[in-house]
Write a protein that binds this ligand. Structure first.
Ligand code: NAD
Length: 271
């Protein structure tokens, strides 16, 4: 047991943090060695301790990350941009793989990860799902192969509470399609039409957003040609896919050198 990589989860009381704790504890490929929350957070030492099975379970529950990081081989971090920058420094000090799921980092903040990446591997992705990252790569390849004769529509569906449209993942797919075609997305798309479909110019990459009920997240990439259509589809039914992808990234990073990586590297699809 003790040779399994030790993992620390930051933001342990958050939605993703709790999911990660469950998935790591169920895994036979990794050990949970620490759970980090903000100082003064009421969850620390209460629910975490309970979830870990009591005080002598060997898991450090703390608001002092370095103590826990020093005992870990990887840190999985779904928190907030400023916290993630701080964790990057500490993970580098501990020479632990830093898996970053935190979104909303500015270009300036992303640039600040570089010094940490000189000491240990960082794997960062706005969507940690293996399926979505594979879909992105397939979209790029299919768009490159088919060229401008096929129109492309990215059709996404989410629950009624989602405010942004199209989703970040839909935009990522649109970017991949544009890259495959060798064009810039802003030149071939007016981005969100909020589900209102209008006429398209040949070669356009269009977006359609559907909102309703409790849909977790669905993305279709439709390639529509004359007399034939191809549809690539990803359906998410559980947010656990992000946690499973992050754990896979943490394990993948164990024998990697310092540097910045993403899920395309983890999937072995980097060319
Ligand atoms: P959440 O608000 O439920 O959880 C975030 C947790 O981080 C909170 O418990 C908060 O107290 C904690 N936190 C904040 N600063 C901290 C600090 N300095 N030290 C320790 N803990 C700190 O949010 P969530 O839904 O779990 O999402 C977290 C992040 O992950 C967001 O940026 C979200 O967009 C992103 N996310 C990414 C993916 C992906 O696949 N990459 C998937 C889902 C969510």
């Amino acid at each position: 047991m003790s040779e399994l990589p030790g993992i620390v989860v930051t933001g342990a009381s958050g939605r993703m943090g709790q999911m990660l704790i469950r998935i790591i504890r169920e895994s036979d490929r990794a050990r949970l060695v620490g759970a980090i929350e903000r100082s003064g957070h009421e969850w620390v030492g209460q629910d975490v301790g309970r979830a870990m099975g009591g005080a002598d379970c060997g898991v450090i529950v703390t608001d002092e990350p370095l103590e826990a990081f020093a005992k870990a081989q990887a840190v999985i971090d779904f928190t907030a941009p400023e916290a993630t920058l701080e964790f990057a420094k500490l993970a580098a000090q501990a020479r632990a793989v830093h898996v970053i799921g935190t979104t909303g980092m500015s270009d300036e903040q992303i640039a600040k990860l570089e010094p940490a990446a000189r000491h240990a591997p960082i794997v960062r992705a706005g969507n940690m799902s293996l399926g979505v990252n594979l879909l992105t790569q397939l979209t790029r390849q299919v768009a490159a192969a088919l060229g401008e004769e096929f129109d492309i529509e990215v059709i996404e569906a989410h629950h009624r509470h989602k405010v942004d449209a199209p989703s970040g993942t839909a935009l990522m797919l649109g970017e991949a399609a544009a890259e495959g075609r060798g064009v810039a997305l802003e030149d071939v798309s007016d981005r969100g039409r909020d589900g209102i479909t209008g006429a398209r110019k040949p070669g356009d990459i269009g977006f359609v957003a559907v909102r309703g009920g409790d849909i977790v997240g669905e993305h279709d990439v439709l390639f529509a040609g004359e007399g034939e259509r191809i549809i690539l589809r990803h359906v998410a039914t559980d947010r656990a896919i992000f946690a499973r992808g992050a754990l896979r990234a943490a394990l993948w990073g164990q024998d990697k050198g310092p540097g910045q990586y993403d899920m395309i590297d983890v999937l072995g699809l980097r060319r």
